[in-house]
Design a protein around this ligand. Structure first.
Ligand SMILES: C[S@@+](CC[C@H](N)C(=O)[O-])C[C@H]1O[C@@H](n2cnc3c(N)ncnc32)[C@H](O)[C@@H]1O
Length: 484
């Protein structure tokens, strides 16, 4: 620990909670999964300085209010089953009339209709079909409008994978392989959501209706095979329900994505070729501003190595992972970690259990105010285990916690170094929309800026002191030289 004094100037301001409560939980992967719902802030949708952008347009055009209608250019209309006979300009920006299925909801006071419709934008970055309620589709239309104006269009598929090849991988079907050595932090691939389906729709409409909607969703895309081609059965079998193929594709290939607090299953056709590994080489990041997802290498990848991501939460034991992968995605994992033999699996599980124990120990030390002991356990054991077992997508959250701990212990210089490292990681890899410690980039930036300013001040003070003492020392030197 360093010995510089603590000052109130350099506080990381997010401490309604004490450092004990800011210990990180294992990062969640955004692999194919049913999402965890978290309501994002406005910032998740638009930049801070951009709050004038159209959003929260829900229900406005139902009211017939003149004032609200003036804003319709900015606020997309609420489009539902009643809109399909209206002229196409009414559905804009969607390129097809809505196709809907719904149920009546009755409570003591009234009966209302809950509808899910297909909204397709055939020209948006390779095309996108959305299964959503009219209200949430209105928010998505705003995002698409805005991204269409500002964002680049998608490059043709052949240019999208300059670093990667899709090949057969023994025991896993197709997989994605590195065509050259790729350094950590490289964006390997950016893909556009072709289907975005509200996770609530299967519970609220009949299965056959849902399948019909999904079939329409892929059929309306410029290249329906972007979705259908992901099916391992290739064609629907005779007698199979219409849309069963799309339903299967979605359930085994989609990713969790949250937009404006609504959880969706998102299908990215190219990213869907990436297999799972319990010790993966890459991670995914969904961008709520344009509905794209990128894949980032989180360690150096060798030529010929497979690009893998984790479909499960980090930190699970071998048995827990196998059980989850089989139940949720229907396969037994054959990744290197799972096929490394009983001894290697047991050693890995023991390290994972030790991490849970160590976390509790660290919290216990902090509760007793023993910062130095907590920091030592964290730095000397926990960090190594997290790295060895890949228990976090990247180390940003851990460095951030260490910055806070060192700050609380009065080690400002070390806190500054960890804050800078956390910032580097977070800026390279970002955070998932479900991460509890997310949203700290700005806070870290402010802290690092203040820390650097203080370091600079200290340096200039030290230089001034040196300069003041310099003439004497020069004299001494001159005298010394003169004596010889
Ligand atoms: C999202 S797809 C990945 C691409 C797929 N391999 C393909 O050919 O299109 C998920 C499917 O790939 C296979 N898979 C992915 N990771 C695997 C692994 N670690 N072990 C075995 N099979 C795996 C399983 O069949 C799984 O249902």
């Amino acid at each position: 620990a360093d010995t510089s004094s603590s000052s109130t100037e350099l506080q990381i301001p997010r401490t309604a909670s004490s450092p004990t409560q800011t210990l990180p939980v294992a990062s969640r992967s955004s692999g194919p999964n049913i999402p965890h719902v978290k309501r994002p802030t406005t910032k998740d949708i638009y930049d801070d300085d951009d709050l004038t952008s159209p959003r929260l347009c829900r229900n406005d055009n139902k009211s017939g209010d003149t004032l609200l209608r003036i804003f319709r250019d900015q606020c997309p209309r609420l489009i539902d089953s009643t809109s399909k006979h209206l002229p196409p300009s009414y559905w804009s920006p969607w390129t097809h009339p809505p196709a809907c299925a719904g149920i009546n909801l009755t409570d003591a006071a009234k009966t209302s209709k809950l509808e899910f419709c297909i909204f397709t934008h055939a020209h948006y970055r390779g095309g996108i079909s959305i299964v959503a309620t009219p209200e949430t589709a209105s928010d998505l239309a705003s995002i698409i409008d805005k991204a269409s104006i500002s964002g680049p269009s998608m490059p043709p598929p052949t240019d999208r994978l300059p670093l990667l090849d899709v090949q057969e991988v023994p025991g896993k079907g197709l997989g994605v392989i590195a065509k050259e050595a790729i350094p950590r932090g490289t964006v390997l691939l950016r893909d556009n959501a072709r289907v975005l389906a509200d996770v609530r729709f299967p519970q609220h409409i009949r299965r056959a209706q849902g399948q019909a909607l999904l079939q329409k969703a892929s059929g309306r895309l410029p290249v329906p095979d972007d979705v259908r081609g992901l099916s391992r059965s290739v064609k629907a079998k005779p007698g199979e329900a219409r849309g069963l193929l799309e339903e299967n594709v979605l359930s085994t290939n989609s990713f969790a994505a949250t937009v404006d607090g609504v959880a969706y299953m998102a299908l990215f056709p190219e990213i869907a070729r990436i297999n799972h590994a319990c010790n993966p080489t890459a991670l995914t990041r969904f961008n709520v501003k344009d509905l794209t997802q990128k894949v980032i290498a989180f360690r150096d990848i060798e030529l010929g190595e497979e690009i893998t991501i984790s479909y499960t939460d980090f930190g699970l034991t071998h048995e827990e992972r196998q059980e989850k992968l089989l139940r949720r995605w229907g396969f037994s994992c054959t990744c290197d970690l799972c096929s490394g033999g009983a001894e290697a699996t047991a050693a890995s599980d023991a390290r994972r259990r030790r991490v849970t124990g160590l976390r509790n120990e660290v919290v216990g030390h902090l509760q007793k105010g023993k910062f130095a002991v907590a920091i030592s356990a964290y730095e000397n054991e926990l960090l190594d285990l997290v790295r060895t077992e890949h228990l976090a997508e990247h180390m940003g959250e851990h460095y951030e916690v260490l910055a806070r701990l060192h700050l609380a212990a009065g080690n400002q210089t070390t806190a500054g170094v960890y804050a800078q490292r956390a910032l580097d990681e977070l800026e390279t890899f970002g955070t998932t929309d479900t991460q509890s410690a997310a949203g700290s980039v700005q806070e870290l930036r402010a802290f690092v800026k203040a820390f650097k300013a203080q370091e600079k001040l200290l340096k200039s003070k030290t230089n001034t002191v040196r300069e003041k003492t310099a003439p004497n020392s020069r004299k001494e030197t001159a005298n010394e030289i003169g004596r010889h």
